[in-house]
Design a protein around this ligand. Sequence first.
Ligand code: 9D3
Length: 260
Amino acid sequence: MSIAEADPIIRFAVMTLFPEAFSAVTEWGVTGRAFQGGICSLHLQDPRREAVDRHGTVDDRPYGGGPGMVMQAPILAASLEKVKTAIGSDAKTIALTPQGQKLDAPLARSLSTESALILVAGRYEGLDERFLARHVDLEVSVGDFVVSGGELPAMLLIDAIVRWLPGVLGHESSAEQDSFSEGLLDCPHYTRPEVFDGDRVPQVLLSGDHAAIASWRRAQAIRRTLDRRPDLLAWEQVTPEDRALLEKWDLLTPDGGRHS
Ligand code: 9D3
């Protein structure tokens, strides 16, 4: 008799010239536990295996000239075929590209309901447009800055998705994810010692008054979001109730109540 091994909730595959790099997500921390525990799985496919010359070439010079090299469509298509044989042809194919839809919590959460995802991580200047047009369902970017390839963005996407899978986070942190998706920054955190360099932990956190603590934390979250992320929260959106909360905790001025 054997103990039944449940199927993974989500199967990932990544096409990458650097498959070894993905141990960062499969072996460490919260995502490491999810992969080791079988909640999710990862198939790695190196497009170099589809190269047809003895040097293992997967890229060529861009038509029209210009800097850099472009990953070749036939190589990528052959590699994708192998991936689909391995994890199933029903999988959605996502390329990590600087031109893609910007990753945020709603996108990660929505992708976490897929049963299989194929991620294509490019190197060099990019992927031949005909591969993207024919085989890729969605392009995802991790933000408006340049990194050296699609691997770190792919790992970031996997991490952001896996955290939404049931059983990956404890109940408290799951609720925390919900609150971030609700659109406020987190409140400040403190642990021992009570005094550090003459700087005391806010008295309310030592009071044992859980309603007061929740009220202070919400006021702090609103204040910090107003100060640091006007794109997430503008003054005009603050309700009279939240304004009263800021008043109660002396946070109506932008210096966070640190003024004398
Ligand atoms: C000169 C134009 N550059 C595009 C912005 C060239 C270029 C830079 C970096 C082409 C590819 C790359 C490699 N980056 C990614 O593959 C990538 C990426 C990124 O650089 N920023 C944010 N999200 C992503 S997802 C994949």
